[in-house]
Design a protein around this ligand. Structure first.
Ligand SMILES: Cc1ncc(COP(=O)(O)O)c(C=O)c1O
Length: 456
């Protein structure tokens, strides 16, 4: 929905003025002007249930977070070269949420900046530039992060894998080379991963860092077999690589069982990176690491980040942590996520196009397939579902290398009733599409597809 303005519609002006590689979601782009809790409102006052935005973690425009930012903005905003109580208090509160060996914090302005810094820390500590990364991963928008993100370098416009990047297999129990929940599945992926790391190490290119998400997100909300992340980090450690857990998408209680997705996998990273939910929409990121790595990085070159760790960001970050604790959002994610997964699994019984339902807490996905036996991905159906759900006021998104995974990662205040509404909407749209296809005697063709992916 766009408004008529001098110089053309909002869409026309945007297209003229903003870089053309920026994308817009949905066939009918939305003009969102306000958010509250798990809801967004467009310029015409229409309400949408936000099932995608894991940035507005404690809810869109949470009053406590907004007030914290306003109060600090009224007083002061400056860089970290002055003593300030709030940034130290924030570092104390954040590091207290992590295992004891992760005790030193750096603040940044985005997840990309956090991952970029993490790579610099690991490279300075080990002296080795090679990075091991998981297939189909995305870690950010800088040059080096694109170089270690197979999602980008193997995608449209990508330049392919560089020699200093080692790619280990994506542990996808539904579509990968090793499938199912059996005890040997993690080990099968790990033995292939070790082979990649060993081979490069033998050639004199041992990795200095191994970076992974505990639940690979843009790869399609992949829930790896238990023990995979711990095993991958151990495989890296065997070559002296620093294990980095990217919690930009999955951190801050979203998985329910633990504050961190790496914790739920029993893994022990030496660097953790954070972004998106950490500031509830305010640009903020963080890196937390060990004393030894931080000391190695303090080699005489100052790390200066003009905006990183400013008092306004720190006040907002503190407020977010306060809300997560006081509103019991981690436990809420566990309970509501289980209800959502249950509802989607019931739907799977009625809709053969739902090939797989997976997730942990409020980080959920389901795959649309043309045929359950062959698991042939159905991107066109995923795209159609997302667009039709948006028209019904429910915002979803697609992801995964085949663009057929519906990803669900709503603000954590998403209620049980919201989860039911999401399930009912998916049911209604898939039923509608099935009956229209039956009447027309056709299956949705790929030409009706189109990407709706968004990494936020
Ligand atoms: C897993 C992961 N890491 C890092 C990033 C980069 O974060 P940002 O976009 O805040 O720079 C993203 C962004 O989508 C991400 O999904």
């Amino acid at each position: 929905m766009t408004s008529i303005q001098p110089g053309g519609s909002l869409l026309t002006r945007r297209r003229r003025l903003l870089g053309p590689s920026l994308s817009l979601s949905y066939r009918e782009p939305l003009h969102i002007v306000r958010g509250e809790g798990a809801y967004l409102y467009d310029a015409d006052g229409r309400q949408y249930l936000d099932c995608v935005n894991n940035v507005a973690h404690v809810g869109h425009a949470h009053p406590r977070v907004v007030e914290a930012g306003i109060a600090q903005m009224r007083l002061l905003n400056t860089n970290t070269r002055y003593l300030h109580e709030t940034v130290v208090a924030y570092a104390e509160r954040l590091t207290a949420l992590l295992p004891g060996h992760l005790e030193v914090a750096y603040f940044t302005n985005s997840g990309s900046e956090a991952n970029e810094l993490a790579l610099r820390l690991a490279r300075t500590a080990t002296g080795r530039p090679d990075v091991a990364t998981v297939d189909v991963a995305y870690h950010g928008n800088t040059q080096r992060l694109v170089e270690i993100s197979p999602y980008k370098f193997n995608g449209p416009g990508g330049a392919g894998r560089r020699d200093d990047v080692q790619v280990v297999p994506l542990p996808d129990p539904y579509r990968g080379r090793h499938r199912g929940a059996g005890a040997g599945v993690a080990e099968a992926y790990l033995s292939e991963s070790r082979a990649v790391l060993d081979e490069r190490a033998a050639a004199g290119h041992a990795a200095g860092a191994v970076i992974a998400e505990a639940i690979p997100s843009v790869a399609g909300q992949i829930v790896p077999p238990p023990g995979w992340l711990a095993g991958l980090f151990d495989a890296g450690r065997a070559h002296g690589a620093v294990p980095i857990a990217d919690e930009v998408q999955v951190g801050f209680g979203r998985v329910g069982a633990d504050m961190w997705a790496f914790g739920a996998q029993g893994a022990r990273p030496d660097i953790v990176t954070m972004g998106k939910p950490i500031g509830n929409g305010h640009p903020l990121g963080a890196v937390v690491t060990t004393r030894a790595i931080a000391d190695a990085f303090a080699n005489g070159m100052e790390y200066f980040n003009t905006f990183g760790g400013n008092p306004v960001s720190a006040a907002i970050g503190l407020a977010v942590l306060g809300v997560i604790a006081d509103e019991g959002l981690q436990e809420h994610a566990r309970v509501t996520g289980a209800r959502l997964l249950g509802g989607l699994r019931e739907l799977q019984a009625d809709h053969v196009s739902i090939g797989d339902v997976r997730g942990v807490g409020l980080f959920v996905g389901f795959e649309l397939v043309r045929d359950r036996a062959t698991r042939d991905p159905h991107a066109a159906l995923a795209s159609e579902l997302v667009n039709r759900a948006a028209a019904r006021g429910v915002l979803l998104s697609t992801d995964g290398p085949d663009h057929n995974v519906i990803k669900i990662k709503p603000p954590m205040v998403f209620s049980g009733g919201d989860a039911d509404r999401l399930v009912e909407t998916v049911d209604a749209v898939l039923t509608e599409l099935r009956s229209s296809q039956e009447q027309a005697g056709t299956a949705l063709g790929d030409s009706r597809g189109g990407r709706i992916d968004s990494m936020s």
